[in-house]
Design a protein around this ligand. Structure first.
Ligand SMILES: C[S@@+](CC[C@H](N)C(=O)[O-])C[C@H]1O[C@@H](n2cnc3c(N)ncnc32)[C@H](O)[C@@H]1O
Length: 270
């Protein structure tokens, strides 16, 4: 099976996404989406940003490589009676079934960054956006001191080296790479803007419980624990991650979790 698909179908990202709903809603509120506009959410998961866009009256398509998340998204939309929001399986590097210029907004929050072949991803996002439309990406930043970059940094020290030719998803968090990728897709630099923004992971119990959710359901963390286990080092990985989650917790009550994480927001005017 495609290893990228296998990675995300391995766990159940819904369990992590439940801690990200508030930030997803705030981000969508900030996009300026109007009723009737066509929105593509790429690497949409179970709809953390797709559902809020549909609640604003947009006509939303969520595309994700993981079939379990597509099913979960469709169930969530159905439960809310959002007939203007549907989810289907697809790969951000090849959106063959979608017509040129068919969306007003293409949104990808920590989604398309995980697809292989970033040059193809940028080309496909530009191709399906109408002239005058907007692409918005949220990308984690390499070496950033906050939660997600640190989880990935710590995990990599316990994992086997990536295969030859592997391009780190985190390079989508470096402005020069983003400019190069969209430049290759025909977008001039002055149509791309950047800002640092924050997503907050909210969980009703202590940080170690949220770590347990990552360990049990987040594909990259599951893989890191499997690799660490094989080397007899899983307790060390657990200790490092537990220290990280506790340090990063900004909640005034240590029995609840509120961890802010910085990301690079990219806006592209097509
Ligand atoms: C960190 S999750 C984020 C999900 C969602 N955007 C959210 O904010 O909750 C990454 C998502 O990207 C999806 N993904 C990874 N590679 C992909 C690809 N090549 N094409 C489409 N989706 C992909 C995964 O299945 C997963 O749902």
């Amino acid at each position: 099976m495609n290893p990228n698909k296998a990675l995300w179908e391995k766990g159940d990202f819904t369990r992590i996404a439940e801690s990200m709903r508030k930030s997803g809603e705030s981000l969508v509120q900030d996009l300026g989406i109007s009723e009737g506009e066509k929105v593509l959410d790429l690497g949409c998961g179970d709809g953390t940003t797709a559902l809020p866009a549909a609640r604003l009256g947009a006509d939303v398509l969520g595309v994700d490589i993981a079939s379990n998340l597509v099913e979960a998204g469709n169930r969530r939309a159905e439960r809310e009676g959002l007939s203007n929001c549907r989810f289907e399986e697809g790969d951000a590097s090849n959106l063959d079934g979608l017509a040129d210029g068919s969306f007003d907004f293409v949104v990808s929050i920590f989604g398309a960054m995980f697809a292989p072949r970033p040059l193809d991803v940028a080309k496909e996002m530009v191709r399906v956006t109408r002239l005058g439309g907007t692409i918005v990406m949220g990308n984690w930043i390499p070496n950033d001191p906050t939660l997600v970059a640190q989880i990935l940094r710590i995990s990599s020290a316990y994992s086997p080296p990536p295969p030859n030719g592997f391009i780190s998803p985190m390079l989508w968090g470096v402005e020069d790479n983003v400019v190069e990728r969209f430049g290759n897709a025909g977008v001039p630099e002055d149509r791309i803007s950047f800002k640092r923004d924050t997503y907050t992971f909210e969980y009703p119990t202590r940080p170690s419980s949220l770590l347990e959710v990552f360990r049990t359901y987040y594909g990259p963390t599951m893989n890191a624990f499997e690799a660490a286990e094989a080397e007899g080092r899983s307790a060390d990985l657990q200790d490092e991650l537990e220290a990280l989650f506790n340090e990063q917790n900004a909640s005034s009550n240590p029995d609840t979790t509120s961890i802010p994480a910085t990301f690079l927001r990219v806006d592209v005017l097509v």
